[in-house]
Write a protein that binds this ligand. Sequence first.
Ligand code: SF4
Ligand code: SF4
Length: 402
Amino acid sequence: MQTQLADWIRATPEGVEAEAILRKCVHCGFCLATCPTYSLLGDELDSPRGRIYLMKQMLEGAPVTERTQLHLDRCLTCRSCETTCPSGVEYGRLVDIGRDLVEKKVPRPALERARRWLMRHVLSSRPLFGAALALGRAFKFLLPASLAKKIPERRDAGAWAEAKHARRMLALAGCVQPSMAPSINAAASRVLDRLGIALVEAPSAGCCGAVTFHLNEQQEAMAFVKANIDAWWPYVEQGAEAIVITASGCGTMVKEYGHMLRGDAAYAQKAARIAALAKDVSEVIAAERSRLPKVPARRVAFHSPCSLQHGLKLNGVVESILREVGYELTPVPDAHLCCGSAGTYSILQQDLSQRLLESKVKALESGAPTVIATANIGCLAHIASAASTPIVHWIELMGSDL
Ligand code: SF4
Ligand code: SF4
């Protein structure tokens, strides 16, 4: 695609990057077939190609309006289009640049700004989210059914394996996961323990920054990124082999730390090292799986989060581990499509999110599994609100069955 970026953006790092991405797009439209919002709405402007066109117009100096913002807001950032694109268009990176610019040019109404502020501050704070969840659970009976079903049941944390091995890895605790499902990292510690790896958490590490970043406060998100780098760095210097992440959405973010801080003299090198050490838990297990024992047979439907298959490009890795240890995977039609969780999307775009959720639950339950497994806390909570089949993180399943 030919481009003629406006003077105000052309020579900036974002302009240079956006232009390189735009020029790869040949407008073939293959990506439309796998875009969830295009399949629901049928509007070219709610497709990857349409959104790319809107961003190109903006970067070339055309006026930016609420219409541009609406179509970018409706994008799930699922990056299914990236997987489909034959030209290697990095849509996810382009939409990050585009949204940041739109946010600065199109002010949101006061109520909307307040709602986004509240989400950023509550969801990314472990103590605040923990308190909000405890309140929600205590007064669940007072809430409307539509809200009550979104509050997950309390889960037993389970035991952490003692850190007794010379091989040591760090675990990202994150922000919402410790309150919603502390059992996930505990299960990861037990599975890794069987493989001779000790898993430890750095107490002062927190939210990976994705919530804030994807609410278009990209500079504010860098405070979370830097705080985590500072928290992990002493462990890295002491020989931690990897930073293990059990939420694929957070993994996608941490692997971008190097790119995000590439222009920061104080953090660029450390951020690149942290990003290189970041591993989804499936990558660690896949490298060692020949040493795992077999599990009792169970029929499992695996929901592969978009962040796992399109963001981290780890499509099929968890599925192959689950099969190899003895689970029977049931068929899941349209497994490439988003469940509608997508970070804060399920709160901000409720109608589209619910439509995607209904289709996803139907697809997951179509093979009559006894349990659904997934790899991201957001998808887990979202699917749990509508599924009649129990849902767990796949590492919890292995942690309890091994
Ligand atoms: S598939 Fe790729 S090259 Fe084709 S229109 Fe979509 S983004 Fe552009
Ligand atoms: S990221 Fe997902 S929703 Fe957004 S344009 Fe690409 S396929 Fe469509």
